[in-house]
Write a protein that binds this ligand. Structure first.
Ligand SMILES: C[S@@+](CC[C@H](N)C(=O)[O-])C[C@H]1O[C@@H](n2cnc3c(N)ncnc32)[C@H](O)[C@@H]1O
Length: 233
């Protein structure tokens, strides 16, 4: 495998997949868009494992059209940025959530580190993005760099089956390391290997109660930045 060529191809595929048509339908697609009940469930699951202080500076990575931003804006005075590589998805944000600062870009290559400075954020949050990353370890290293000391990384994702990656997605399964992980241990293990300290690994209990039987269960991992800079970098 030529790593750089595969990375470039995967990046282009993502931009092509999340085109204007997908962006138009995203918020009403089950499993992607959040209904009013799901927003409440996400908020309840988040509050069980983290307390974001009023005025926190937060980044939503792979924010898409801003469905998770919608939940995070419940934190009073939050200063929220959204990093997203698909121009069509990102273009939805200003009209939908004018309080969010959009930023175009990917997160999982060494050169992506330039998107933000060191120690900018109190928390970095992602929903259904870690399973899509070509290089999760590099993404976690970038997040570590962007976080303030003791800042939090919050990963929300699902244990998706190989079959769940339907259609074009079948081409992703064998180049994305976390595409169809079946263990809750993998994400916290990788976070610890780049210097985070894991604080919580839990099922999204309220959210999972809203899924139908075939829905992949969602989990949440919270980890904190301990040291500056670790020798693993
Ligand atoms: C399933 S969508 C989730 C969107 C949003 N987080 C949400 O909760 O609705 C996955 C998103 O990850 C983005 N993405 C894919 N690869 C990425 C990468 N390497 N870096 C940052 N974002 C990425 C895609 O463009 C897409 O918007």
């Amino acid at each position: 495998m030529n790593w750089c060529e595969v990375r470039a191809a995967i990046r282009q595929k993502y931009v092509d997949t999340y085109d204007a048509s997908e962006a138009d339908h995203y918020d009403t697609t089950p499993g992607h868009g959040l209904s009013t009940i799901e927003v409440e469930s996400y908020w309840s699951d988040l509050q069980r494992v983290i307390t974001l202080q009023p005025g926190s500076v937060v980044l939503d990575v792979g924010a898409g059209t801003g469905e998770l931003c919608h939940v995070l804006l419940r934190v009073p005075g939050i200063k929220l940025s959204a990093l997203e590589p698909s121009p069509a998805m990102l273009a939805k944000l200003p009209a939908k959530l004018p309080a969010v600062t959009p930023r175009s870009g990917f997160t999982d290559a060494a050169e992506d580190r330039r998107h933000f400075g060191p120690s900018e954020f109190d928390a970095i949050v992602s929903r259904q993005v870690v399973c899509s990353l070509f290089d999760p370890l590099q993404a976690f290293k970038n997040w570590h760099y962007w976080l303030k000391p003791h800042g939090l990384v919050v990963v929300i994702d699902g244990l998706f089956s190989r079959e769940g990656w339907a259609g074009q997605g079948q081409a992703y399964v064998d180049v994305l390391p976390l595409a169809s992980s079946q263990s809750l241990a993998l994400t916290p293990y990788l976070l610890e290997s780049v210097g985070f300290r894991v604080q919580a690994v839990e099922w999204m209990a309220a959210t999972n109660a809203t899924l139908n039987e075939s829905g992949s269960r969602r989990y949440i991992v919270v980890a904190s930045k301990q040291a500056e800079p670790s020798e693993v970098f």
